[in-house]
Design a protein around this ligand. Structure first.
Ligand code: ATP
Length: 253
């Protein structure tokens, strides 16, 4: 059985804004190498919050288990290192360690690209590689060619189209070869024909790099056409619930 990269069990995140209370219960969530998941559900159900939990940006209020087991440096989805107890890191307030884990092993694609406006396309793509001290450009050249943005390297983000910006954002998220790619509505700002091509490219490059992919999307059908496993964030009595156990799904197949 494949070992999960991410393993959450009985994880709860609660927040209050004024008199509004929000409660998200991740009953179980495992993410294995090669998984490609689309997280869908009604507006406000907690899809982005789930992504923020997975990307170590938001702390769980409590968790029965929250571990990360990432590939050892330089093995690209090969041998997995010993599990890291993420919940223990949050309890200890070890934010530097959480930030380092996120930077080394995760890539994040935002809805509107989030590119640094005063850096060229090439420097945007290389940003995380440089921060991690990895050789540059490394695999970024092939990645930019695959995503059709290699010719745009010298331009600034404002000098390219919105569709190109999203493909640059995908290149940036993958350039340091993270084990996990998280994307929040990566095609929402694109027209439907561009959205389909971009989602399929994201899926293809993630598969090529052997990274696991979690995409938040409103477009259930696009997720299915792309071949992503659809996981629903359900709203219930007083809480939203997410459940996905890819390790079990594989065992049952
Ligand atoms: N920074 C915040 N402070 C307080 N409440 C927040 C904050 N961000 C989100 N929320 C609330 O938390 C709940 C979950 O929000 P979240 O963004 O995770 O939902 P979502 O499913 O991604 O929504 P959408 O599909 O509309 O983007 C909502 O009730 C939202 O209003």
């Amino acid at each position: 059985m494949t070992e999960p990269l991410v393993d959450l069990q009985d994880c709860v995140h609660e927040r209050a804004a004024g008199s509004d209370r929000f409660r998200l219960a991740v009953e179980r969530f495992t993410l294995c190498p090669g998984d490609q998941i689309a997280l869908v559900g009604p507006s406000g159900c907690g899809k982005s919050t789930t992504l923020d939990l997975l990307s170590l940006i938001v702390a769980p209020t409590r968790a029965g288990r929250f571990t990360l087991r990432m590939p050892q440096a330089g093995t690209l989805a090969g041998t997995l290192a010993e599990p890291v107890d993420v919940m223990a890191l949050w309890r200890r307030g070890a934010r530097d360690r959480l930030t380092a884990l996120r930077a080394a092993h995760m890539g994040y694609v935002l809805q509107t690209g989030g590119l640094v406006p005063f850096l060229s396309v090439r420097e945007n793509v290389l940003l995380t590689r440089r921060a991690l001290g990895l050789p540059c450009p490394g695999p970024a050249v092939t990645l930019m060619e695959t995503l059709g943005v290699a010719e745009l390297g010298r331009r600034l983000p404002r000098q390219i189209s919105i569709g190109q910006r999203q493909r640059v954002a995908i290149a940036r998220a993958l350039a340091h070869q993270p084990a996990v790619i998280l994307a929040d509505e990566p095609t929402a700002s694109l027209d439907p024909s561009l959205a389909e091509g971009t989602m399929k490219l994201l899926s293809a490059v993630a598969r090529f790099q052997k990274a696991a992919l979690v995409v938040v999307t409103h477009d259930h059908r696009l997720a299915e056409r792309t071949g992503l496993t659809v996981v629903e964030c359900r709203t219930g009595a007083g809480a939203s619930v997410v459940r996905h156990d890819s390790a079990r799904a594989e065992a049952a197949a």
